[in-house]
Design a protein around this ligand. Structure first.
Ligand SMILES: *[C@@H]1O[C@H](CO)[C@@H](O)[C@H](O)[C@H]1NC(C)=O
Ligand SMILES: *[C@@H]1O[C@H](CO)[C@@H](O)[C@H](O)[C@H]1NC(C)=O
Ligand SMILES: *[C@@H]1O[C@H](CO)[C@@H](O)[C@H](O)[C@H]1NC(C)=O
Ligand SMILES: *[C@@H]1O[C@H](CO)[C@@H](O)[C@H](O)[C@H]1NC(C)=O
Length: 409
């Protein structure tokens, strides 16, 4: 009886104590007011405190009062002993964060250069310019910004440096070079249009399109459409071309002008063709274009003689490669690889397949564009494979869901 009374009294006391303040949780992402982050269902107790508060045994939150230099960085303390820190947050400045960990109730800095460490002080992440190697932070190589878990290999370099080679940052990036010969820094190349100045930012070794390298510097080429004028801004050494017009260097003006030969596709100089239009072949010695032998779409005239490189549909080069001859196989379009007399394996006209053994083009099954004796490679347009065995093609119908029946955008 006595015992029951005592217990009752204790309970009443606890209830009275807990009831004195109904739990009110702070709004997330707002400044803590009550210090409680999560209340119990009955709204009487706090279950979880906000940052920088500690939970007491009776379910209230009190502000941490951890002493020491980093005391205010304590994010969680013991509510009944608010001067004992349990978890610390990092101390961040404008450029980097110093990791802190709780040690004997205080916030202590993680090891040097460490941005985050565990409760035992073992580093989990390093500051910039440091790599995590076996739990400690080691300085990355020179000019290296981050080096992951191997300080000897660079992952990214500081601005101006390039770490493509051997994962070090000892060479400067495109358009950068050392401020003077032998220096270890990287500054933009001095000359406008310079793309490389690897030994010395004042000494350019390569220029952008439209510039020429003249005495260690880049100068803008004088002529329109000029892409390079190394040696002299007024003498163009290569010209730009577009799909419709091909330009070559013009010795007379130092500029660029259309290729002289009307049958020339691209030229280096206006009078030096290097690629002829279809049906014409380059006379390698003269740099001009001459008509190809009959039925040849491309050919070459060189010191040995005339050679056909490609023939019109239904024709192929003869054995010597000097003439285009009819393939000689019914329904054969291409016989370039084997020469006239044989059809290429995929050389038969659309809707026909090649039989290697018989050297004939045979008709594929209905709707098939290219086939072997046993299967169809793909269907004609307007047809699609009937099923996943991909053997037969059937006509597409209205609303046909098969992929090959969908209009091509
Ligand atoms: C990391 O530590 C282990 C064991 O102490 C050692 O064998 C290994 O060589 C160390 N690795 C580096 C990169 O220092
Ligand atoms: C040549 O330059 C002019 C003017 O800049 C330009 O309009 C034209 O497209 C260029 N031609 C070629 C072939 O690049
Ligand atoms: C190609 O260059 C010529 C002459 O320079 C110019 O007139 C034409 O507009 C250019 N065409 C294209 C597609 O850029
Ligand atoms: C001429 O062109 C043919 C075919 O491209 C080649 O086989 C031959 O070696 C060339 N001759 C010379 C002298 O370049």
């Amino acid at each position: 009886m006595r015992r029951t009374l005592l217990l009752f009294a204790a309970c009443a006391l606890l209830l009275a104590h807990g009831a004195h303040a109904a739990c009110k949780a702070d709004k997330p992402d707002a400044d803590p007011v009550s210090g409680c982050a999560k209340c119990s269902k009955d709204g009487k107790k706090c279950l979880e405190c906000s940052e920088r508060f500690g939970l007491t045994a009776d379910g209230t939150c009190v502000r941490c009062t951890v002493p020491g230099y980093f005391g205010d960085k304590c994010s969680k303390c013991d509510g009944d002993k608010p001067d004992i820190c349990l978890t610390c947050s990092a101390s961040c400045g404008r450029r980097s964060c110093l990791g802190l960990f709780a040690s004997e109730g205080r916030c202590e800095p993680c090891s040097d250069s460490c941005a985050d460490c565990n409760a035992k002080g073992q580093c989990l992440a390093c500051q910039r310019f440091y790599g995590l190697v076996n739990g400690t932070c080691q300085h990355c190589k020179e000019n290296c910004y981050s080096c992951g878990d191997d300080a000897s290999k660079c992952e990214s370099c500081t601005s101006g440096y390039d770490c493509k080679d051997e994962k070090t940052c000892n060479s400067c990036d495109f358009g950068y070079g050392p401020s003077k010969k032998g220096a270890k820094d990287c500054v933009p190349c001095k000359s406008t249009g310079c793309t490389g100045c690897y030994d010395d930012s004042a000494k350019c070794t390569s220029c952008d399109t439209g510039f020429g390298l003249v005495k260690d510097a880049c100068v803008a080429c004088a002529a329109a459409n000029c892409t390079n004028c190394d040696g002299d801004a007024k003498v163009c050494t290569s010209c730009s071309s577009n799909d419709t017009v091909s330009l070559g260097t013009d010795k007379a003006t130092g500029g660029c002008a259309p290729c002289k030969d009307a049958n020339c596709q691209t030229c280096t100089a206006t009078d030096a063709c290097n690629f002829c239009k279809d049906g014409f072949g380059l006379d390698e010695k003269a740099g001009t274009c001459k008509p190809c032998p009959e039925k040849a779409t491309s050919c070459t005239f060189n010191a040995t003689g005339t050679f056909v490189d490609a023939c019109a549909n239904g024709y192929g080069p003869d054995k010597a490669g000097k003439e285009c001859k009819a393939c000689g196989v019914d329904k054969c379009d291409r016989c370039d690889k084997l020469g006239a007399g044989f059809c290429d394996v995929y050389g038969c006209a659309e809707g026909y397949g090649y039989s290697d053994q018989e050297n004939v083009c045979f008709a594929c099954k209905e709707g098939c564009a290219s086939c072997t004796e046993t299967s169809c490679s793909y269907c004609l347009s307007g047809y699609a494979f009937a099923d996943s065995s991909e053997k037969a093609c059937t006509k597409c119908v209205d609303g046909d869901k098969r992929g090959d029946c969908q209009p091509v955008n």
